[in-house]
Write a protein that binds this ligand. Structure first.
Ligand code: HEC
Length: 155
């Protein structure tokens, strides 16, 4: 059977094999262009994207929408953190006769004992001062850092 004598079949044949590549080609070009433009109009580099994901306070948004890293105002001192978490409860208000944070007169005679004695008393307990200020998971170094933090603000 000669297909050329059947215009309808010949027509279907052409539609099937010519139009699809055209459609696909057209879509590919459209997509490619769309991606190009999306990329250009976004123009955010990776760092900006990462910065924008940071919580407020750690980054600042400048006029114009640029996000910049914010340096912490005060570097977190491990001794300060330990003091605030553990020692402040008693040494803040001066509970049970605990030398008050920042009170030079109360701390002066204790500082005079020397760091070794203070550290031994703080680690093993001393009168109403409980061993390690109740922080049994704290290392000796952590206790020392907390003492140093208290002392440096009380002389
Ligand atoms: C439950 C209350 C309490 C907590 C918590 C506490 N202390 Fe004390 N601390 C005291 C008391 C009370 C004294 C005073 C003891 C005395 O001389 O009669 C004291 C005294 C001290 C002294 C002076 C010791 C000396 O030789 O004079 C140091 C140093 C000290 N504490 C460090 C710390 C550190 C560091 C922490 C936290 C890790 C801490 N304390 C947590 C109650 C506490």
């Amino acid at each position: 059977m000669d297909l050329n004598t059947r215009p309808d079949l010949k027509g279907n044949h052409r539609v099937k094999w010519l139009s699809w590549p055209y459609c696909l080609g057209l879509f590919s070009i459209l997509f490619a262009t769309a991606f190009c433009f999306a990329d250009l109009s976004g123009s955010l580099d990776e760092k900006q994207i990462l910065l924008r994901l940071q919580p407020e306070g750690q980054v600042t948004v400048e006029a114009g929408g640029k996000v910049v890293e914010q340096k912490p105002a005060v570097a977190l001192n491990p001794g300060q953190k330990r003091y605030e978490d553990t020692c402040h409860i008693c040494h803040g208000p001066g509970l049970a006769g605990a030398p008050k944070f920042g009170d030079k007169d109360e701390w002066a005679p204790r500082i005079a004992e020397g760091m070794d004695t203070l550290l031994q008393h703080a680690i093993h307990g001393y009168k109403a001062m409980p061993p390690k200020g109740t922080c049994m998971s704290c290392s000796d170094d952590e206790i020392k850092e907390a003492i140093e933090y208290m002392i440096s603000h009380s002389k």
